[in-house]
Design a binder for this molecule. Sequence first.
Ligand code: AMP
Length: 330
Amino acid sequence: MHVVRTVAGFTGALAAARQHGGDVGLVPTMGALHAGHRSLIDRAVEAHAHVAVSIFVNPLQFDRGEDLASYPRTPESDLAVCAEAGVGTVFAPSVSEMYPRPPVTTVRVGRLGEPFEGACRPGHFDGVATVVAKLFSMAGPSTAYFGEKDFQQLVVVRRMAADLSMPVEVVACPTVRAPDGLALSSRNALLSPADRRAASVLWRALRTGAAAVAAGSDPRAVAGAMAEAVGGEPRARLDYAAAVDGADLSVPRAVADPPSLRLLVAARLGGVRLIDNCDGRSGPGALPGPGAAARRMAAAVGAGTPRSVAGSRDGDGPAAGSLAPGDGEG
Ligand code: AMP
């Protein structure tokens, strides 16, 4: 496994990999890798001769300095996870390598980036789209892997690739959850023990929303049921809850209308903002249970012997039909 820190090194490593007869699968991440990231990497490793993982906490997508500063960073264990999984190249650049000057040319996402996460975090998706476009341009992957966990991001990146005719297939991977249903996230490490226990309320809210869909409620009532479920947990503060068309994040007139219905929820516990979502018709699934989670975590932290590591080691305005308390904090 090569660990590269420079754009030239990354582009060169992947050009060489392609020349040796393989296509490249790319998994963009911000590090602090857990079993959710590992599921994307495993999927890529199964499908591609060469897999590249980028690890970069992108300042362009953070609107608050402290959030950026407190974002978890675990560089050593990230490399172990990648080596264990069979990754070919890890790209872990510095901020000044990625942005030698403040960029003048950036990607503007438009309406898909405005509601939900975009309303809570202004400019967030422009920052995401810009860094993903840069990574696509450097890596030239045939396929890039994104988690359904960040559903709006997935929709935004898919649409960007299509709108800008980027020759990259965007593959969606299902959300990996802890035994109590909480979606794995690097931010979970920032929760206090009491908030961590309370955080499974997001999963319960999704279950409640899916039950309301099954009962034939309209999108507003589904959102209301999810909001009420979050409200039942005194430690949680709702940012938004909504039932949307999974293709374009618009709120449908009836839950039966869109081919793909998605339930979205976001809440704060202490100072930590958590998001989750699920298919509106099948719900977030059964609780994974401790056995499955233990196996996944063991895999993610590299329970086996890592393969060799080479290279430089240094080197709220919610959409209509959604509900939000309107605290305006973002
Ligand atoms: P991040 O490092 O948070 O930017 O995430 C990198 C990629 O991993 C994104 O495509 C995420 O959607 C995905 N991801 C994060 N958490 C999970 C999870 N629990 N299950 C599946 N994919 C995830």
